[in-house]
Design a protein around this ligand. Structure first.
Ligand code: CIR
Length: 263
C-alpha cells in the first residue's frame, strides 16, 4: 500500500552531465567516473522520474561548469517560489545564472541569496511546512539567515542543523531525507539531534550512510543501489523503493537528490 503523498511533483529540471564531469569537485576516493556510465546512469535516473509521473525539462551539458548536472544546488523550490542559491564553491557560482531562465518559466517570484551569504540547495531539506537548513562547509550562517527570512515570508518555519563537523558528508541532505508521513531517513551520526525527535526516524547504519540521500517522488522512493538494510526498511514501512545505480555520481560526492530540481 503506497504511503500518502503530501506534495505531488509534476516537473523536474535536469542537466545532462558534460564530458568533463570528472573535472568537478570531489573528496571521495572511489576512482574516476567513466563518462559512458555517467550518461547511462543519468538516462536511467531521468526514465525513473518520468515513470513517477514527472515531465522533464532537460538542459544541455554546460562544459563551463563540470558540476552543473547537480542542479539541486542552484535553487530551493517551494510550492510557489524558487529561491536562487549562491553556491559555496567558487567554481559553481555561474551555475545559478545558467538555470535562472528555466526557473523563470515556472516561478513568478525568484528571490536570491546575496553575498556574503552562500548556500547550496543540497543543504536544504523540506519537510512539509518546515525546512531544515544545513550549515556546512558550503552554506554559511548568512546564507542560512537569508533563506530563513525568505521562507518565513512564504509562510514556512525553519531550523538550522550544523553539519560542519561531519566530515563524511558534503551537504545536510547527504545524511537526511524527508519521505512524507512524518518520516525522516537519517544517518546514524545525526539521528539523535533533538530537532528530529517528533519524527518517525529510519536510522541508516554507518555502513549504509550514502543511502540516506534517498528521494520521495510521488508513489516511489528513489534509493541508491547497494544498501539492502535501508531498502528493506523502506519496504517494511510501506514505501515503494526504486533502486538506481549511482556509482559514478558517488565518485563526485553526488547523490540522487542532487540530480534534479523537482516541483
Ligand atoms: C560538488 O562538490 O559540489 C559536487 N561535486 C557534488 C554536489 C552534490 N550535490 C548535492 O549533494 N546536492
Amino acid at each position: 500500500m503506497p504511503k500518502e503523498i503530501d506534495r505531488v511533483f509534476k516537473h523536474a529540471i535536469v542537466r545532462i552531465p558534460g564530458r568533463n564531469f570528472a573535472d568537478g569537485l570531489t573528496t571521495a576516493d572511489f576512482g574516476v567516473p567513466q563518462y559512458e556510465k555517467v550518461l547511462q546512469q543519468h538516462a536511467r535516473y531521468c526514465e525513473s522520474l518520468r515513470a513517477c509521473g514527472l515531465a522533464l525539462t532537460t538542459l544541455p551539458a554546460d562544459l563551463k561548469h563540470p558540476d552543473s548536472t547537480f542542479v539541486e544546488d542552484t535553487a530551493v523550490l517551494t510550492q510557489n517560489a524558487a529561491i536562487l542559491c549562491r553556491p559555496g564553491a567558487p567554481s559553481r557560482e555561474g551555475e545559478v545564472a545558467a538555470i535562472r531562465p528555466e526557473l523563470k518559466r515556472f516561478f513568478a517570484s525568484l528571490p536570491a541569496i546575496e553575498a556574503p551569504g552562500t548556500l547550496d540547495g543540497g543543504d536544504i531539506c523540506e519537510a512539509e511546512d518546515h525546512f531544515f537548513l544545513g550549515l556546512s562547509l558550503r552554506t554559511n550562517e548568512e546564507g542560512v539567515r537569508q533563506l530563513a527570512a525568505h521562507l518565513a515570508k512564504l509562510g514556512y518555519t525553519s531550523s538550522v542543523v550544523d553539519v560542519r563537523s561531519m566530515t563524511s558528508i558534503l551537504h545536510l541532505k547527504s545524511g537526511i531525507a524527508y519521505l512524507g508521513d512524518n518520516t525522516l531517513v537519517v544517518m546514524e551520526e545525526m539521528a539523535d539531534n533533538p530537532l528530529f525527535r517528533d519524527y518517525k526516524l529510519m536510522r541508516v547504519p554507518a555502513e549504509e550512510s550514502y543511502g540516506a540521500n534517498c528521494v520521495r517522488v510521488n508513489d516511489r522512493v528513489l534509493v541508491a543501489e547497494g544498501f539492502p538494510q535501508l531498502t528493506a526498511e523502506l519496504k517494511g514501512h510501506g514505501f515503494d523503493p526504486l533502486v538506481l545505480d549511482m556509482s559514478e555520481y558517488r565518485k563526485m560526492d553526488g547523490g540522487l537528490s542532487c540530480l534534479s530540481l523537482r516541483f
